[in-house]
Design a protein. Structure first.
Length: 615
């Protein structure tokens, strides 16, 4: 009886999550035969590239430690067995109590001792958790499954041989790509900016992973245009300030003061919205448990038919679901701030269309304070229609906006915001039911574009501390706010930015795109992806002819769809770069996370195929 050879390219959280599901299902589906699993990744298995320990200790997660898990639980609807394990917070607590044997790295002892379930852990701490998950998973594999690590890159595949960067090759009876987000070469616009920079002795940094980019060539005091106000910017902000020797000092009266080192550049930040992502809430729900999903669920989606437009057919249900979560928490957590009983409100709300005049009248009648009413239009575009006389007036306005956001996200009196946040997470979990039902243009532009941007802005923001630091940096003159609808042109040998928020322009010798590259199989810089694409063994998902940028995979089990439109018998891909459109980096406990369901389905297919191959 021979052994089956499985090659997993990418040994970060998704690759190790798949390995955990293989271990869980092996007793049932591969009781005999042998399986050799080759993990190919130049970075350590478990953390992989993004969560590797060797990165700045300043960088943190944007999820609370209690909201991060690598293990299935009773909520997960899978064919394979559930194998519970600790969340990040539970793991740290079990290590502290001596229930799990683990010696933290020297510079993590203090964080291990102080971490709370509501803390935002450093990425280094998450790295240790993921490395432990990998070791635990190895220990759970049966004797007939072996794992071999290859700390290198896969570069091409010919005749079922996976060729590695170090010159070796591996036979692959089965292959899984778990390579995370797709790195990309510059698109034509970025390539033009890069060429302009070369011709004029300027510096241009295209979209990429902030922790991987060397910004050391930016001189102290250099004026830098930064396009992007999300999580990539937050990392950049820290690396170019505190990472260059500056200090944040707690003031006696509260708040932070930044003491520059003198090595910082001056960052002029703008974006489409012109404001940073909302801070994560720092409290829990105050009212009764939310009943989600109420209006956007499999039944309501199934009743809609096909050929749907997102804004016409889907957004009214999504917005009503978000509003339901928000107002449910307002009514049950803060009943003194509403004028109707919850049962009466619920009955009327359920019958009314979102954004209708009747619903507006209901909210105005029942919720007296304007600050307690949810305005999704204003939430999405807080600077729409705003125009200021100069940069100073705009800067004052944006400071007040950020301060107000921090106050709301810190005060449980505004826990209705968390109700909306939780409803938005519930909405995301329903999106799999939309597969094939949306008009292709609406899928690519409205869902993959606008909606996922809105989700990140509202629900995937930084820890509150980061926005306090942003305000301190602005007060210290290290950061300035450039405004909304940021536009950059090349003029007079410089990059020149303008926005809709105030008149005038800002010229600089350096431009940074503070964002991840858009998913694009066509622009993929990974040598293996390019090779598979060019051979037709990997294709870009086309939504009725429109390119989505993603690797085309079969929704049920992640099989690669080849150039002839059929699923590959033995090759798979999982992750945010595929047709499954995963959003969250990690699963939240007790949420029936899609990544667990996808990993389990693929693991079972692999094991069934391995069993047949080894007979």
């Amino acid at each position: 009886m021979g052994s089956c050879q499985l090659v997993i390219v990418g040994a970060g959280p998704r690759g190790v999550g798949l390995l955990e599901r293989i271990a869980a299902n092996a007793a049932e589906l591969l009781p005999d035969g042998r399986l050799v699993i080759h993990l190919v990744d130049p970075f350590p298995p478990g953390p992989g590239r993004i969560w590797r320990y060797e990165q700045s200790p300043l960088l943190r997660m944007n999820s609370m430690s209690e909201d991060v898990t690598m293990f299935t639980d009773e909520s997960v609807e899978i064919e394979g067995p559930v194998r519970p394990g600790p969340s990040l917070a539970e793991w740290v607590e079990q290590v502290r109590r001596g229930e799990i044997e683990h010696e933290p790295a020297g510079d993590l002892h203090e964080e291990f001792g102080e971490l709370l379930s509501t803390s935002f852990a450093t990425r280094r701490l998450q790295s240790e958790y993921l490395a432990w998950v990998y070791r635990r998973t190895l220990g759970e594999l049966p004797a007939n499954i072996d794992v071999v690590e290859h700390r290198t890159r896969a570069v091409r595949i010919t005749d079922d041989q996976v060729w590695l960067e170090n010159g070796e090759s591996l036979h692959a009876d089965q292959l899984v790509l778990t390579i995370g987000h797709l790195d990309a070469v510059p698109d034509p616009a970025a390539a033009g900016l890069a060429e302009f920079a070369r011709e004029h002795g300027l510096s241009y940094y295209p979209a990429g992973y902030t922790a991987d980019i060397d910004y050391s060539a930016i001189p102290p005091g250099e004026h830098v245009l930064v396009r992007g106000f999300g999580l990539a910017f937050v990392d950049l902000m820290l690396l170019l300030t505190e990472g260059r020797g500056g200090r944040f000092v707690e003031q006696d009266g509260g708040g932070l003061l930044y003491e520059p080192s003198g090595r910082e550049p001056v960052l002029h930040i703008g974006s489409r919205r012109g404001v940073p992502y909302h801070a994560k809430p720092g409290y829990r729900l105050q009212g009764e448990p939310l009943r989600l999903a109420r209006f956007f669920n499999p039944e309501s989606i199934g009743a809609l038919g096909d050929g749907l437009n997102f804004f016409t057919d889907i957004w009214p249900l999504v917005a009503k679901e978000i509003s339901w979560g928000y107002y449910s928490e307002l009514w049950t957590g803060h009943p003194e701030r509403v004028r109707l009983g919850f049962a009466e409100f619920e009955a009327e709300f359920a019958e009314l269309a979102w954004d209708s005049e009747e619903m507006h009248r209901l909210i105005q009648r029942a919720v007296p304070a304007e600050e307690d009413r949810l305005n999704l239009h204003r939430l999405d575009r807080p600077l729409a229609g705003e125009r200021f006389e100069n940069a100073e007036e705009f800067g004052k306005h944006l400071r007040e906006y950020i301060e107000a956001d921090l106050a709301r996200r810190a005060d449980p009196e505004f826990s209705a915001d968390l109700g909306g946040f939780m409803a938005l997470l519930a909405v995301i979990r329903q999106f799999g039911h939309l597969a094939g039902k949306l008009d292709p243009a609406s899928q690519v532009s409205d869902v993959d574009g606008w909606f996922h941007g809105f989700f990140s802005f509202y629900a995937s923001g930084p820890p509150p501390r980061r926005l306090h630091e942003l305000l301190a940096l602005e007060q210290a003159g290290v950061v300035s706010f450039a405004g909304a609808e940021m536009r950059v042109i090349t003029e007079g040998g410089r990059f020149v930015a303008s926005t809709s928020s105030f008149p005038g322009t800002i010229a600089a010798r350096t431009l940074i795109e503070a964002r991840l590259p858009e998913a694009s199989v066509g622009l993929a810089s990974d040598e293996l992806v390019r090779s598979l694409r060019d051979s037709g063994l990997l294709t870009e998902e086309l939504v009725q002819g429109l390119p989505s940028g993603r690797i085309h995979t079969q929704m049920s089990d992640g099989r690669l769809i080849t150039a002839d439109g059929t699923p590959h018998e033995r090759w798979y891909s999982l992750g945010p770069h595929t047709s499954t459109r995963s959003v969250a980096a990690f699963a939240r406990p007790r949420t029936n996370a899609p990544s667990f369901r996808q990993n389990d389905a693929t693991a079972r297919e692999i094991l069934l195929s391995s069993g047949r191959a080894s007979r």
